[in-house]
Design a protein around this ligand. Structure first.
Ligand SMILES: [Zn+2]
Length: 266
C-alpha cells in the first residue's frame, strides 16, 4: 500500500535526528516558519500554508486548543503538519494552490473529502515521532501493560493514545482502544486479532461494568491508571454465553469529562 512510502520518508528524516524527535529543529532545517499563537477555540489545531511571494512554508499551531512546542498534543499536531510538507503530493498541492491551507482536527473516523489526506499525515506523524525499528525494539517481547505504553510514550514524548495506536498497528498483543466523553463512545479501535469487535452496547454508551463505567457513572477514578481485571460479558458484545466469563485487563486513564481505555486479554 501507498502508506508504506510515507513510512519510508518519515524513517529517513527521523534517522537524521535523535529521540525524542526534535520537530522544531526539523522545521528550522527545512526553513519552515512555525508560529505558535492563539487562533481561537473553534478553528484548528494546526494549519500549513505556502506563501508564494516568499517561497516559504508556514505552520501555524493553535495554543488555545492546547498545543504547545513541548507537549504531546502540540508535538503530534506539528508532526502531522510536517507530513503535509514532506509528503510530495501534499506539498505540491499546497504550492500550486490545489489544496487549500487546511484545517486539522483529530478525528480518526471523519468522512469528509480530506479524510485520506489527513490519515496520510497522521500516519506520517506516527512514523516520524515513533520510528518503526526503534519502537519495535522497545515493545517487542515486553509484557503488555498500560505502564509499558506510558513509559514508551514518555521516551518519544508522545501521548499515551498515540503510543497505544502505534502499538496496536504493530500487531503484537491484540488490544482494543476506547475513547469516551461524558459516557459516550467517541471512537474505538481494535487489533485485527482482538477476539471481539464491539463493546457491549456497540458505539453508544460506555458499559457499566468497566473501569470507564465506574468513572462516568459513579465518579470513581480509584481504579484508573492500573491494570484492572474485567469480564468479557461486562465489556464486549460477546457471541456465546461461555465467553462472558473470560478475563481481560482494562487500563483506563480518566481526565475531566474524558476517559481513554485499553483492553487486552488476561
Ligand atoms: Zn492535516
Amino acid at each position: 500500500m501507498k502508506f508504506k512510502a510515507y513510512q519510508n520518508v518519515a524513517d529517513s528524516i527521523a534517522s537524521l535526528y535523535t529521540i525524542p524527535i526534535p520537530l522544531i529543529d526539523i522545521a528550522n532545517d527545512e526553513d519552515i516558519k512555525v508560529i505558535y499563537d492563539d487562533y481561537g477555540m473553534d478553528t484548528f489545531d494546526g494549519m500549513t500554508w505556502y506563501e508564494p511571494s516568499q517561497r516559504r512554508f508556514f505552520i501555524h499551531i493553535n495554543t488555545e486548543r492546547g498545543n504547545n512546542a513541548d507537549n504531546t498534543k502540540g508535538r503530534f499536531t506539528l508532526a502531522h503538519e510536517l507530513g503535509h510538507y514532506f509528503i510530495d503530493h501534499h506539498r505540491h498541492a499546497l504550492e500550486t494552490g490545489k489544496m487549500q491551507p487546511h484545517i486539522h482536527y483529530y478525528n480518526p473516523f471523519g468522512k469528509n473529502d480530506e479524510w485520506i489526506i489527513e490519515r496520510e499525515a497522521d500516519y506520517f506523524a506516527a512514523n516520524l515521532l515513533m520510528p518503526k525499528d526503534e519502537f519495535m525494539k522497545d515493545v517487542k517481547g515486553e509484557e503488555f501493560s498500560g505502564q509499558m505504553i506510558q513509559s514508551v510514550a514518555s521516551k518519544y514524548n508522545v501521548s499515551f493514545s498515540a503510543c497505544a495506536i502505534r502499538y496496536m498497528n504493530m500487531n503484537l498483543v491484540p488490544i482494543m482502544l476506547v475513547y469516551a466523553v461524558d459516557g459516550k463512545i467517541k471512537w474505538q479501535m481494535r487489533s485485527d486479532d482482538f477476539p471481539f469487535y464491539l463493546l457491549r452496547y456497540g458505539k453508544t454508551k460506555v458499559p457499566e461494568g468497566t473501569v470507564m463505567g465506574d468513572y462516568f457513572y459513579k465518579g470513581d477514578s480509584s481504579c484508573g491508571k492500573q491494570s484492572e481485571v474485567v469480564f468479557a460479558g461486562d465489556c464486549f458484545h460477546t457471541y456465546r454465553e461461555e465467553q462472558n466469563g473470560l478475563e481481560f485487563f482494562e487500563y483506563c486513564i480518566p481526565f475531566g469529562k474524558h476517559a481513554f481505555s485499553v483492553f487486552w486479554e488476561k
